[in-house]
Design a binder for this molecule. Structure first.
Ligand code: PRP
Length: 213
């Protein structure tokens, strides 16, 4: 790869955010592929946009950016808060909107030894600590909604997007914690060394985000 100063290595989240993120890039005039995440290819060169996409598991995006193997990355605020990595948060992209909530069964009552299951143990622990509530946090890696249904935990902390998963499993939102959107993040050194290129990308994206909202 020549002229590396103008090239950006971008950690892109595979899965549900990719489609919206790549659509935003295209709207901002960058010719990035629409369905590249369908393939199993993990490193994608996009010379027209002077970018290289690193197709990452969403939860790993902040790690690639913190270590500087990616200059910038796109990641949900939920992951950013949970992972707490040393990166710059540059832009709220306003995509992949959802929320983090405390969820339980409709007949939920405070338990003597409350247990909360979640993919986000740091976020959940901080939330209950700040409210002076003692809970045992149990880390799970998916299908979190199972926990209150089979008696592993009395509540869960999880993402709600359409609400379908809750409805289909007879669960309700007990408290809405915070809203989530995807963010553009940058490695601290890259932000200095490639400032002009990164800033230009931010400006391009920002114009479109501003028009859209
Ligand atoms: C996420 C989240 C909820 C669901 C919310 O799970 O953990 O289960 O999506 O979306 P909804 O409100 O539109 O139903 P994901 O699909 O990432 O799978 P997982 O259960 O394996 O974590």
């Amino acid at each position: 790869m020549q002229d590396w100063h103008n090239y950006l290595k971008v950690a892109m989240p595979k899965g549900r955010i990719y489609k919206q993120a790549s659509a935003l890039f295209r709207a901002a005039g960058l010719s990035v592929p629409e369905d590249e995440d369908q393939s199993r290819k993990l490193i994608i060169d996009i010379p027209e946009a002077r970018m290289q996409f690193i197709m990452a598991k969403p939860v790993d995006v902040p790690t690639y950016v913190e270590y500087g193997v990616a200059d910038i990355g796109i990641v949900g605020k939920d992951v950013l808060m949970e992972e707490n990595k040393d990166v710059y948060e540059l832009l709220d992209l306003g995509i992949a909107r959802c929320r983090m909530s405390v969820i339980g069964l409709p007949e939920w009552k405070p338990a003597t030894h409350p247990r909360v299951a979640t993919k986000y143990p740091n976020v959940a622990s901080q939330y209950f600590r700040e409210r002076g509530q003692q809970v045992e946090v149990i880390k799970l890696n998916g299908s979190i909604e199972l926990a209150p249904l089979i008696g592993l935990a009395d509540r869960i902390v999880d993402m709600v997007e359409t609400g379908t998963t809750l409805r289909e499993n007879g669960l309700i939102e007990l408290q809405e914690m915070f809203g989530i959107t995807s963010r553009l993040i940058a490695n601290r050194v890259s932000y200095r060394m490639k400032n002009e290129t990164i800033q230009q990308l931010c400006d391009q994206l920002q114009t479109y985000i501003a028009i859209k909202q």
